[in-house]
Each structure stands twice: as structure tokens, then as C-alpha cells.
Design a protein around this ligand. Structure first.
Ligand SMILES: *Cc1c(COP(=O)(O)O)cnc(C)c1O
Length: 362
């Protein structure tokens, strides 16, 4: 039994559906695919042209014709979302907390001076695509169907100004676990992800472009991922790669408070809500590098993990700071995050009642 939370969706969206004649499903092994490499047979596309949303279409996944002058390529007006659909025990498919991703999509769009998208285009487009490609949703444990909506600027004009026209595309990709082992992360104290007044809270393309060089450098030093620190002093931890950061200190969940330099993660919210429901205390506040290292040393900090839709709940095994590695408790023995992760997963996969109303079955 599942509640449908999306109410503002009308029946009026006229979507043209063109089915592929060359499905790749039969030749695809759906279990534990590497993240984001295999796409389902179809995609959803819509255009915003002359101030109007039009051309709603589900069609075979493939190239999209576009001018090499489009503003998205030159000036980076491009945003995206990431959410997941899970196969429930009765075979139906449930999209997790899509209303949250929809709200953040338009928040990102607004920050990048892009048009907002109506809820019914976003939701109905996703529903139509998933409905057509439903056999692509994996049923193996810890597998899901990752949904990637993206919006980008289509004006073919080389002047720097907000584009008038946009394209909305939704891709779906069956996905196994993003990380398959606990992480060794480096506290980054030179490069910056988000500054006050910047775009850190938007899921916009440039935030990921700028992260690649620092991440490559950390990987060359033997790390898996970074922990970003604040731009002003490099004193406070903010996020880990493309996931939010959480600690267990004194049996409480401690996490950097959301600010304009930090992405307001849906998984972050999910984990906090589930933690509260399990009786854990929550602290959302600034967390300094110094505090983290001191509390690892004194044994007060017992767990650290990264949370995101792609990464789900990924344990952090080691934290490097200025060349010194600080080793945390054995990731296999982390009762607080294990209890939270179990309940989050059980809700997502429909194994327990959906007490928060987070599942939207399609
Ligand atoms: C997507 C993302 C997250 C996690 O957000 P979710 O809504 O939980 O997927 C965290 N930080 C960054 C920078 C991200 O891009």
C-alpha cells in the first residue's frame, strides 16, 4: 500500500510515444551494472520555445540534433537531477521522493537564470518513460533504475545572456552500487567547491566540471574522493564529492548545516528523518576539520559516511588531512548508520510500510 504524493499533475499532457524497433533489453544483464553506462531503450524530451512548453515525446534513446553554438555548451546553463526508482516485491516500480527532486530542479534553474519547468511536464515525462521501459528496472538487491532529468540552454547565440529556449531530457539507466567499498577521502584545503554567493546549492554542470581536477589529484595520491571545505578559511567540512557528509558523535548524527555552498540533498533529508524516527539525536551545524580529527582521536566520532542518491550511504574508512591518514572505526561495525541504512532501504524497496509517504508507484 503506497500513497501517491504528487497531486498537482493533471491529465492534459499530450505525449507522443515512439517505440524502438531495436530493444537492447534481451542482450543486457541488468544486475550490478556499472553506474550510468547503460541506458534504457527510450528517453523523454520536451522543448521550451518562445515561452511555451511543447513537443512532449518519448522516443528511442539516441543523439539529439543541436547547433554547436548552443549556450549550454559555451556558458554552462545546464542543470540536472538524480533520483532512483526501485522494484517493489509486487513487481511494481516506485520512484523515491520525486517531489523533492522536482522542487530542487526548479531551484537550480532559477539560480542559473533558466526557465522553470511545470510539475506536470517533469512528473508525467518521467512516468511515461518509466512506464514504457519498466522491464529495465532491476530487481536484484541494491540495484535500482537511476533517473537523470536535465535541462539545458538551446539558444544558438554567442552573446552572454540567459537563453530564451531550453530542452528538457530524461534518461534512465539501470544501476548497481556506485561505490563498492568504504572510502578513503582527502580533506581538500586548496580548491573550493562553493563560495558564499556562488552556485554550490545548485545542481549545475559547472560544479562538477570544476571538481574533476582536484578529484583527479586526490586519486593520484591514493584517495577515492574529496571532502570539500569552506571557501573562506578551509576550516569547516562541507560535502564529500557529490554526496552530503554525516558523522556519528556520542551516538548523535552530526552533519554540516545546509547553506548556499552546500547542496541540499534529498538523501540527507531522508537519513535525518529516518534517524529521528529511530530515536537518534540530530545536530545540523558547522563542523570543523579540527573537531573531526580530535573526535576521531578521542573515540567520540564513531562513524562517518557520505549520503546521496547515487552513492546511497557509503562508509568512510579513512580521512586524510595534510598528508596524514586518520583511520576510523571498522566500517563493518557501525551500528548507527547500519540501522538507518536498513530502514531507508526497506522503505525504498517496499519491504516495510511507507510511513513517510515517500514512494510514488508507477
Ligand atoms: C546530488 C548531490 C548530492 C546528493 O543529493 P541527493 O539529493 O541526496 O542525491 C550532494 N552533493 C552534491 C554536490 C550533489 O551534486
Amino acid at each position: 500500500m503506497y500513497r501517491i504524493k504528487i497531486t498537482a499533475v493533471t491529465d492534459t499532457l499530450d505525449i507522443k510515444i515512439t517505440k524502438t524497433s531495436q530493444s537492447k533489453l534481451a542482450e543486457t544483464e541488468l544486475t550490478d551494472l556499472p553506474f550510468g553506462k547503460v541506458f534504457t531503450d527510450h528517453m523523454f524530451v520536451a522543448d521550451y520555445i518562445n515561452g511555451e512548453w511543447k513537443n512532449f515525446e518519448v522516443l528511442p534513446y539516441g543523439p539529439i540534433p543541436m547547433s554547436p553554438a548552443i549556450s549550454a555548451l559555451h556558458y554552462g546553463q545546464a542543470i540536472f537531477e538524480g533520483m532512483k526508482a526501485y522494484r517493489l516485491p509486487d513487481g511494481s516500480i516506485s520512484v523515491f521522493r520525486a517531489d523533492k527532486n522536482f522542487a530542487r530542479f526548479n531551484k537550480s534553474a532559477t539560480r542559473m537564470a533558466m526557465t522553470n519547468i511545470p510539475e506536470e511536464v517533469f512528473m508525467k515525462g518521467i512516468a511515461a518513460l518509466i512506464n514504457l521501459d519498466r522491464d529495465w528496472a532491476p530487481s536484484a538487491a541494491n540495484n535500482s533504475l537511476y533517473i537523470r532529468p536535465t535541462l539545458f540552454a538551446m539558444d544558438a547565440v554567442l552573446g552572454v545572456k540567459a537563453s530564451a529556449d531550453y530542452k528538457f531530457v530524461v534518461l534512465t539507466t539501470p544501476a548497481g552500487p556506485y561505490y563498492n567499498k568504504p572510502l578513503r577521502v582527502k580533506i581538500e584545503t586548496h580548491y573550493t567547491r562553493g563560495a558564499d554567493g556562488g552556485v554550490g546549492a545548485a545542481k549545475t554542470a559547472g560544479n562538477y566540471a570544476m571538481s574533476m581536477l582536484p578529484t583527479q589529484q586526490a586519486q593520484a595520491e591514493g584517495y577515492d574522493q574529496l571532502i570539500w571545505t569552506d571557501a573562506k578559511e578551509h576550516k569547516y567540512v562541507e560535502e564529500s564529492g557529490t554526496a552530503n557528509l554525516m558523522f556519528v558523535m556520542d551516538n548523535k548524527i552530526v552533519t554540516p548545516e545546509v547553506r548556499e555552498t552546500i547542496l541540499d540533498g534529498v538523501t540527507r533529508d531522508t537519513v535525518l528523518e529516518v534517524a529521528k524516527s529511530l530515536g537518534y539525536g540530530i545536530e545540523e551545524r558547522r563542523v570543523s576539520v579540527e573537531e573531526v580529527l580530535e573526535k576521531i582521536a578521542s573515540g567520540v566520532l564513531t562513524e562517518a559516511f557520505a549520503v546521496g542518491t547515487a552513492a546511497t550511504i557509503t562508509q568512510i574508512a579513512e580521512i586524510g588531512f595534510e598528508g596524514t591518514i586518520h583511520t576510523l572505526n571498522d566500517p563493518a561495525n557501525r551500528p548507527v548508520s547500519a540501522a538507518i541504512a536498513k530502514k531507508v532501504n526497506d522503505i525504498r524497496y517496499g519491504l516495510v510500510p511507507d510511513e513517510f509517504g515517500w514512494n510514488w508507484t508507477i
